[in-house]
Design a protein around this ligand. Structure first.
Ligand SMILES: C[S@@+](CC[C@H](N)C(=O)[O-])C[C@H]1O[C@@H](n2cnc3c(N)ncnc32)[C@H](O)[C@@H]1O
Length: 421
């Protein structure tokens, strides 16, 4: 049987419906998904399955669910939530409820993390509303059910689980106060219908979606996000996506590892400044009552919401050089990263962090082989380099290397357990 023609039809269908780029994710991802769905439908012929899919919206949705990567966890890239809190504190000028967007929200960990970070920071229940949108019905069912196992709680700091979750059969469930601020909805990042009414968002999280798109679709998705954001709105993207918003006129907020961008041009709205350099600014008189004093530790976004945007000055030249590379990556100036990382390695010798940043820059530029090689070098030098493990795992999954991705997931899992979580 000649499979090439129908597979190209499936690729086209998936590109048109969810923006999936075959060049980015690799054809094996689609083949694997097709195999799963054909087995589930007891159809052995690709042409027959094509006829079935094109006649059945329900099966099209099943195929989408089989092909997407739902990978997510609570407080993923934690610094993004600190940047969000700080942005809202500094820019909130009215009493109206804040509007936030999590697109894609996958199984709900991201929007619930947004709610927890805002509650921790003293934003009262009812003062914000989070729209959480995803294209996968299966993920949304999971999100509404809101029962989470250990894979959703990663990293050393999961104290938030004691504050905001109750143990239940099958895992942990967020309290009502967290769940009621999140509104889940089926939607497509590429569709005009995704924008509910005329409302605009103060903050939009669009993380770990654009990496699956080709350049044209990335541009279309970012243009849509621009339309959905308020003029002084903040956009958060994933680490491998930070080179994209500047291409659409977004301005980097220099906030380490937050991958945060303002819609407004730098001239109209200044990026966040280091706390030391900023004059104390009285809270807007009207906003103050709705933002009560921060509660004491251990609420991370109450206490540590605003790490200094520039790393503290260090006498250590090696650390300063790495920090400069990281700042360039955070600001979306990924084109500068390879040369800076190579200079760093030439001067200070092989460094896992330098290889990690090199991997990330190549990843963002779709230089997959180079990205993999550099992530591997980072892991050779530092087998517990969690960010390199996480990025390599995502990349392998996108490439259809599921057994490689699974092995990395197990490594990450073991690390998480060992660090006491
Ligand atoms: C890797 S998860 C990212 C979740 C979360 N933002 C994070 O960073 O942890 C990717 C999600 O994108 C969703 N997705 C893929 N294409 C989409 C599209 N065109 N519109 C909306 N969601 C999409 C998938 O269903 C999946 O849940």
């Amino acid at each position: 049987m000649d499979e090439a023609a129908p597979i190209r039809d499936f690729e086209k269908l998936l590109r048109e419906t969810i923006g999936l780029s075959m060049e980015t994710v690799g054809a094996s991802v689609i083949r694997h998904a097709l195999k799963r769905r054909m087995t589930a439908c007891a159809i052995s012929d690709l042409h027959a399955y094509w006829a079935f899919v094109t006649g059945s919206p329900a099966e099209r949705q099943e195929l989408v669910d089989a092909v997407i990567v739902p990978e997510t966890w609570f407080f993923r890239d934690r610094e993004a939530f600190g940047a969000m809190v700080r942005h809202l504190r500094e820019n909130r000028t009215s009493e109206r409820p804040l509007k936030l967007l999590s697109l894609p929200c996958s199984t709900g960990e991201e929007p619930y993390s947004i709610a927890m970070a805002l509650l921790d920071a003293g934003f009262p229940d009812g003062s914000f509303q989070i729209d959480a949108i995803d294209i996968s019905t299966r993920n949304l069912v999971h999100a509404e059910r809101a029962i989470y196992g250990k894979n959703s709680f990663r990293g050393a700091d999961i104290a938030f689980r004691d504050r905001y979750f109750a143990a239940c059969e099958g895992g942990f469930r967020p309290h009502d106060i967290v769940r009621r601020s999140v509104r889940f909805r089926l939607g497509n990042a590429l569709s005009a219908a995704t924008q509910p009414g005329q409302e605009t968002y103060d903050v939009a999280f669009c993380r770990n979606l654009l990496i699956y798109f080709d350049r044209e679709t990335q541009g279309a998705a970012l243009t849509r996000l621009r339309q959905m954001l308020a003029d002084d709105g903040l956009l958060l993207v994933g680490p491998a996506e930070s080179g994209l918003p500047p291409l659409l006129g977004f301005t980097s907020v220099r906030f380490p590892r937050a991958f945060a961008f303002l819609k407004a041009q730098a001239a109209r709205l200044k990026p966040l400044e280091p706390p030391a350099a900023r004059k104390p600014r009285p809270a807007p008189a009207k906003a103050a009552p709705s933002l009560p004093a921060l509660k004491p530790a251990p609420r991370p976004f109450a206490q540590k919401a605003a790490p200094a945007p520039s790393p503290a000055p260090s006498p250590d030249r090696e650390a300063a050089s790495l920090a400069a590379i990281e700042r360039a990556a955070d600001a979306g100036r990924l084109a500068e990263v390879p040369a800076a990382a190579e200079r760093h390695i030439a001067e200070f010798g092989p460094s896992p962090d330098a290889f990690y940043w090199l991997g990330l820059a190549h990843d963002a530029a779709d230089a997959i082989e180079d990205a993999i090689r550099n992530y591997r070098k980072a892991l050779y030098l530092a087998p517990e380099h969690q960010r390199a493990l996480a990025q390599l795992r995502l990349l392998q999954q996108r490439q259809g290397d599921h057994s490689g991705a699974k092995a990395l997931a197990e490594r990450l899992d073991r690390l998480t357990k060992r660090s006491g979580t």
